[in-house]
Design a protein around this ligand. Structure first.
Ligand code: CA
Ligand code: ZN
Length: 301
């Protein structure tokens, strides 16, 4: 099996040289570094001391053969193993609560499937924070999100789910990193349990299917992941894309599909720290979901 490791991108760009080629259907292992690029090794180091330009390394990119613009790249998340400790940190200016406390770093043990925090423990549910494909029109730093993925920070991107990406450049140029052993919706201090990881995925190409934003498929829900300059814009984009997918797959017109979303949709925050943002790419990321229905076609074939 190919192991994708040791080379990292800090921007999603069509100009990144692929470090490996994969065939349609191939299973790959990605070794990823934590979002600090392993710059934090002790609790004495607070976040303002690190180099932010060196953060959010994404391992890759991988060129997937047969993936052409207009196709969809499906990434089945087969497994995510994490290291035995991760880092959570607060720093002034990160997140809406940052003025309430001090800059602090905690190294959290991850043992026997649990994250240990202060005098409690809670289940580790490893998720991939940064995962994406290249854009044909812009370069996006890996700390931000865009319509090819990037720092989506969805706690739904876990073992057993599939993430679908629009392919906008030949080979798609898949890269990933920034695993969290656990994260809350919204990620209010801008860090989860930041951790090194070993990820097993299968890549598949779905020919000629239009997708405008990445979609996550869980056991029972389809989620569209969208970002925007603020929450309203991000959520509206999610509704628009879900409306299109539901209407196309279920054969309902826009009005019936709108009614259905009004009756059954989920709206959840991936990452919504409510900083004032200058551009879309810096803005919050949401997921709009609908239940998977056995009696209806899949939203993505
Ligand atoms: Ca992240
Ligand atoms: Zn992270």
């Amino acid at each position: 099996m190919q192991v994708i490791k040791d080379q990292y991108i800090f921007k999603f760009s069509k100009d990144n040289e692929p470090i490996a080629h994969a065939t349609d259907g191939e299973v790959l292992r990605f070794l990823t570094r934590d979002c600090f690029n392993c710059q934090i090794t002790s609790e004495e180091q607070t976040m303002e001391t690190i180099d932010f330009e060196a953060c959010n390394p994404a391992t890759g990119p991988v060129f997937v053969e047969n993936a052409e613009p207009g196709d969809v790249l499906a990434v089945d998340i087969l497994d995510i193993s994490v290291a035995d400790h991760g880092v959570v940190a607060t720093v002034k200016g990160f997140g809406v609560l940052s003025e309430r406390g001090v800059n602090r770093t905690k190294i959290l043990p991850v043992r026997d499937g649990y994250v240990h925090f202060n005098d409690i423990k809670f289940p580790a549910v490893p998720m991939i924070g940064v995962i994406g494909t290249a854009s044909d029109e812009k370069t996006v730093i890996s700390g931000f999100s865009f319509n090819g993925g990037g720092n989506m920070d969805s706690r739904k991107i876990t073992k057993g789910t599939t993430v679908y990406f629009p392919v906008r450049v030949p080979g798609a140029l898949l890269a990933m990193g920034d695993v969290h052993a656990a994260m809350g919706d919204g990620e209010v201090c801008e860090t989860g349990v930041e951790i090194n990881a070993d990820i097993l995925v299968r890549v598949r190409v779905i020919k000629h299917f239009k997708l405008n934003w990445p979609v996550t498929e869980t056991d029972d829900v389809w989620f569209v992941n969208t970002n925007g300059v603020n929450c309203d814009v991000a959520i509206q984009r999610g509704y628009e894309e879900m409306l299109r997918l539901v209407s196309n797959a279920y054969g309902w017109d826009i009005t019936d599909s709108t009614m259905y979303l009004s009756l059954q949709a989920l709206v959840e925050a991936n990452q919504a720290v409510l900083d004032p943002n200058e551009t879309d790419d810096e803005g919050p990321v949401f997921r709009v979901g609908v239940p998977k229905l056995a009696s209806k076609p899949r939203l993505i074939p």
